[in-house]
Design a protein around this ligand. Structure first.
Ligand code: ADE
Ligand code: ZN
Length: 336
């Protein structure tokens, strides 16, 4: 299995924060046109700061970068740059997180954010043939009242958003704090997902399942601490969106040879590989496939299972999934 095989293998990306694809070069460009000065002398200087001991150290820098985005064009340019990278690494479908509160708290209109992202999604279908969906995440370090206000702002844009999610600082901000807003979101027709078990305990994964009624768990690493939970996730066929290079960079799993991915697969869980915040963690989705294949010495069969899982775990229709699974099969026939 060559690196090129892993890069070109058709795959879906299901755990990707669009603000986490903000490369320093683009950040400096957009900051300049918005008259914002960054507290770094250069692109290199900014990259030097990407040394994180934990999730919070990363989030502090990530929110600072995101605060340079102001105009619909900025949000478009950010997403468009991602689609270029995604296309180069075999992505045929992407389900993309965005964090509206990071922007609306700076008085950026919700419409500027969603319309910029949505236009890039339309163009990615036309230019690259990549299908995509948007997932609106609530920031769990903010109160539920703020999430409720954000949900209200999203209702007029219901057709452009497939699901709601929960991200940001996990420990101390359990899923049960967001039961009401998730119930309202489900009533309004949104699917739900949540980050759980990245730094937080297995208990948070239980809450995401039972209280927030999620269709997928984002990360889910700490699920493996609880045998009953593993059995439950397997029985309910709830996919996990796993992010190896993120886990390494944020010290969730500093040594990738000890990564729990194989254990997840062996436990019958529907694991998928994703990039989380690729501009900050040293690689896009194909790079994640390469790194984890090498670290765990994954077989071609295991890698293909991961790619097929990504399609099966998506929010596409059965017919759309069939179409992408066929693409994977055709790729294997041509390249094995
Ligand atoms: N926001 C962006 N990346 C995140 C992550 N890995 N965990 C929680 N919130 C995030
Ligand atoms: Zn994430």
């Amino acid at each position: 299995m060559t690196e090129d095989f892993l890069l070109q293998l058709p795959k879906a990306e299901l755990h990707l924060h669009i603000e986490g694809t903000y490369e320093p070069e683009l950040m400096f460009k957009i900051a300049e046109r918005n008259g914002i000065s960054l507290p770094y002398a250069s692109v290199e200087d900014l990259r030097q700061a990407y040394n994180f001991k934990n999730l919070q150290e990363f989030l502090d820098i990530y929110y600072q970068g995101a605060a340079t985005l102001m105009q619909p064009q900025d949000f478009y340019d950010l997403a468009w740059a991602y689609f270029h990278k995604a296309h180069a690494q075999g992505v045929v479908h992407a389900e993309i997180f965005f964090d509206p509160q990071t922007h609306t708290d700076r008085n950026i209109p919700f419409a500027s954010i969603i319309n910029g992202f949505h236009q890039a999604c339309l163009d990615a279908q036309k230019v690259f043939g990549i299908s995509s969906k948007l997932i609106m995440c609530f920031l769990r370090h903010l109160p539920e009242s703020s999430a409720l206000a954000t949900l209200e702002q999203a209702i007029p844009h219901r057709d452009k958003i497939v699901a709601v999610g929960l991200d940001s600082s996990e420990v101390g901000h359990p899923p049960h704090d967001f039961v009401n807003v998730f119930a309202k979101a489900r009533e309004a027709g949104f699917l739900t997902v949540a980050h759980a078990g990245e730094e937080g305990p297995a208990e948070y994964v239980w809450e995401a399942l039972d209280l927030l009624k999620v269709s997928r768990i984002d990360h889910g690493n700490h699920s493996l601490d609880d045998q009953k939970l593993i059995a439950e996730i397997a029985a309910r066929k709830i996919p996990l969106t796993v992010c190896p290079l993120s886990n390494q960079k944020l010290q969730v799993c500093p040594d990738l040879t000890k990564h729990p991915l194989r254990q997840m697969l062996e436990s019958g869980l529907i694991a998928t590989i994703n990039s989380d915040d690729p501009a900050y963690f040293g690689g896009y989705i194909g790079d994640n496939y390469i790194a984890i294949q090498k670290a765990l010495d994954l077989t071609e069969e295991e890698v293909l299972t991961l790619a097929r899982n990504s399609v099966q775990a998506s929010f596409l229709t059965a017919a759309e999934k069939e179409n992408l699974l066929t693409k994977i099969t055709e790729f294997i026939l041509k390249n094995s």
